[in-house]
Design a protein around this ligand. Structure first.
Ligand code: SF4
Length: 152
């Protein structure tokens, strides 16, 4: 994991129609009190530089293309984290313009529940996501070894 990502992991956020409260909790992570950067997490505006896609808001169908394009632009290995009750369906799950879950659009690795989740819950979810990402790296490494294509 460290040999692949060094000491940092870059996060691209995407808002698929949230009320903006989840975003304000995410913004708090960079404040000195939580100091997300001490853990090596950084936000990036470019999906091409991102390892982790952090999604907020209900999975509004109108955002399908933007969400998929962002995900596809990210290099492998990558991980998707859904923030809040909205991507799980939340109060919008019966709405015709919203998917019941973000999983209908993207392969979500970690859901962080809450409305909104607290900054500490967000931090915990991001650390869980790093563990999942390490598992993906190990799995890719195993496949490479099986195929005899060399080392990572
Ligand atoms: S989960 Fe709650 S706080 Fe977050 S975007 Fe949805 S309604 Fe807003």
């Amino acid at each position: 994991m460290q040999s692949l990502f060094g000491r940092s992991l870059h996060i691209r956020t995407i808002d698929t129609g949230s009320c903006a409260v989840c975003e304000s909790e995410i913004r708090l992570l960079a404040a000195p009190h939580y100091d997300l950067h001490r853990l090596g997490f950084f936000f990036t505006p470019s999906p091409r530089h991102a390892d982790l896609l952090l999604v907020t808001g209900p999975a509004v169908r109108a955002f399908d293309q933007a969400v998929k394009k962002t995900y596809l632009a990210m290099p492998e290995p990558k991980i998707v984290v859904a923030v809040g009750a909205c991507p799980l369906g939340g109060v919008y799950s019966e709405d015709a313009f919203v998917h019941g879950s973000l999983e209908e659009v993207l392969p979500v690795d970690v859901f962080i529940p809450g409305c909104p989740p607290s900054p500490l819950a967000l931090l915990q979810g991001l650390l869980v996501a790093v563990g999942r990402l390490a598992e993906k790296v190990d799995a890719l490494s195993f496949v490479d070894d099986e195929a005899g294509t060399g080392e990572w």
